[in-house]
Design a protein. Structure first.
Length: 366
């Protein structure tokens, strides 16, 4: 009833929600119903909202997303606690953890944007526009007349898409087809279009009845600058070819590695110290350490998660940085890799990315 009350309030409707259905306290139960029908219970739910199936009076099937009460306050409290904790850690580390509060800000900004339902609707439209060269990609159309007012909307209504989730597919062929489309769409967004769906878990993708891939939930998105796209594209090519020195330089270009004064990389003098001090090391030394770490990590040449593990181990010896933009992209590709790995155990994220990496390299924007 609370969600139904919120729908009526947000859409400023005084009549019942459906025929003989819920009416707000100050509403008119004899007025025209808002929807022809609506599911009595949510058909999907998450931490920030829940979704109901509904049908309009002109016969359209729609998904009505309702924000949970108090979501904005809860997100603000979570961010404040996290930011304060990271500030204390930064002080403990002598100011050397200054990138972590920036990461907290980046994540919080992304989650706050998730609460802006008009922004989510625009994201869906932009995602479709940028990926129209992939005919198999689709997304639900926005239904603005059943969405709350801009700036304060707690109700978002989108077209209902008929399809099945990955876990509901019956044949291995269908699963492979869906995963292949998801991988192509996601890697193209990282190195080619620059507009990335930052939450591509299995619940946010459908294999439609006509065989296309539908992305859902566009609240959390990331934008990649052309320079970063070109760096990622070059890095993929260098990694597959095992060209470690050029790969190391690319890592500096995209902000993973700090550059020493006068060039080269920054090496930790004493890894046991609470506050790190650094000395300059030649490019070739770090490239050799990178090669060793990658080759010793299981799946180091095929899995993004292994790359993250290898770099974590190197961070005790070399000065690595964590640019704010990267946290959402790590989430994207670790999630995607997990989905693909279930269906294709030998999945190689870098080989899957190679066609778009080459395309980006041949058409740089910087």
């Amino acid at each position: 009833d609370l969600a139904f009350e919120m729908i009526l309030e947000d859409l400023n409707h005084k009549g019942p929600l459906v025929p003989n259905g819920h009416t707000s306290e100050d509403g008119d139960p004899t007025g025209p119903p808002l929807f022809a029908e609506i599911s009595p219970q949510p058909i999907a739910a998450a931490s920030l909202g829940q979704v109901y199936y509904a049908k309009t009076w002109d016969g359209r099937e729609v998904a009505v997303k309702v924000q949970r009460p108090g979501s904005l306050r809860q997100v603000a409290l979570d961010w404040t606690c996290w930011a304060l904790g990271l500030m204390v850690m930064d002080i403990y580390w002598g100011g050397q953890g200054d990138e972590y509060p920036k990461i907290a800000d980046e994540v919080a900004m992304g989650v706050f944007k998730e609460l802006d339902y008009h922004n989510e609707a625009r994201n869906a439209e932009l995602f479709l526009k940028k990926h129209k060269f992939l005919p198999f990609v689709t997304a639900p159309q926005w239904v603005p007349e059943f969405t709350g007012p801009e700036g304060t909307a707690r109700v978002l209504t989108l077209e209902w898409i008929h399809g099945r989730k990955l876990q509901d597919l019956e044949t291995e062929e269908e699963k492979m087809h869906m995963v292949d489309m998801a991988v192509e769409a996601c890697v193209s967004s990282l190195v080619f279009t620059g507009f990335v769906h930052a939450d591509p878990h299995a619940g946010n993708m459908l294999l439609t009845d006509d065989g296309r891939l539908a992305f859902l939930d566009f609240g959390l998105m990331g934008t990649v600058e052309p320079k970063i796209m070109e760096g990622f594209a070059a890095g993929i090519q260098h990694l597959l070819a095992e060209r470690w020195l050029p790969l190391a330089k690319v890592m500096q270009d995209v902000g993973f590695m700090a550059e020493a004064e006068g060039g080269g990389f920054k090496k930790v003098i004493d890894p046991t110290a609470r506050v790190f001090e650094y000395t300059r090391c030649p490019d070739e030394e770090f490239a050799a350490a990178l090669e060793e770490s990658m080759k010793n990590e299981e799946g180091g040449l095929s899995r993004f998660g292994a790359l993250a593990g290898a770099l974590t181990k190197l961070s005790d010896r070399y000065h690595m940085t964590m640019p704010g933009y990267i946290i959402l992209f790590i989430r994207t590709f670790l999630t995607l890799e997990g989905i693909a790995g279930v269906v294709k155990p030998d999945f190689n994220i870098y080989e899957a990315s190679m066609p778009y990496a080459v395309q980006r390299a041949l058409s740089p924007q910087t």
